[in-house]
Write a protein that binds this ligand. Structure first.
Ligand code: ACO
Ligand code: ZN
Length: 165
């Protein structure tokens, strides 16, 4: 059964299901240079369905966020070993941007990783991706590191992270 987590105007925000994955892959192909195998999408959905969220308007998929969990060194505490949520990818189709959908996807994924008792949430983003950096900063993510030549084309990434309570 589909459970609507929130609505923004006519847009429903809900957890993804296996039948959503093809449309999500299509959004990814249209919006981002980083692509993944079918298996990778399936495994993220199987591992962390709480933070694999879609945005849908009248049956059309317009955005998604997908995440995973990891154990590793804290981005905040010296010598701390913590459970971290990791945003693998988020995108909203161009014509549906600037309506708050991206913000809602981040919010619901934060709720999802909190359900899984993550201490922190982090992501990498292109340094030139002002829209995304602003979205994360508004939400409280902090730039913790600059990762040199992180992307295949040589661009640097910011590692941005937030502590969860
Ligand atoms: N009316 C006008 N403006 C609005 C409204 C509204 N009703 N609601 C929100 N906005 C504004 C926000 O205030 C924000 O403005 P600001 O950037 O000037 O502060 C802006 O719209 C964007 O916020 P949202 O609408 O919440 O986000 P959006 O749905 O546009 O999605 C995203 C943002 C996902 C980054 C989008 O630009 C995108 O898909 N980009 C391409 C893919 C991408 O770069 N993804 C991130 C890569 S990094 C990673 O995946 C880990
Ligand atoms: Zn990453």
């Amino acid at each position: 059964m589909q459970v609507i987590l929130r609505t923004i105007g006519d847009c429903n925000i809900r957890r993804a299901e296996p039948s959503d994955l093809i449309s999500i892959m299509e959004i990814n192909l249209k919006t981002l240079p980083e692509h993944y195998s079918d298996y990778f999408y399936e495994s993220l959905l199987a591992e962390l369905p709480e933070a694999f969220i879609v945005a849908e308007i009248a049956g059309k998929h317009v955005g998604y966020i997908m995440c995973k969990t990891e154990f590793g060194f804290s981005n905040f505490k010296k010598l701390g070993f913590v459970k971290k949520g990791h945003v693998v990818s988020i995108a909203v189709l161009d014509e549906y941007r600037k309506k708050g959908i991206g913000n809602a996807l981040v919010k619901e994924s934060v709720n999802g990783v909190k359900l899984r008792k993550c201490d922190e949430f982090y992501l990498e983003v292109r340094c030139s991706n002002n829209e995304a950096v602003r979205l994360y900063e508004k939400y409280g993510f902090i730039i913790k590191q600059q990762l040199n030549a992180y992307y295949r084309d040589g661009e640097d990434a910011y590692l941005m992270a937030i502590e969860l309570d």
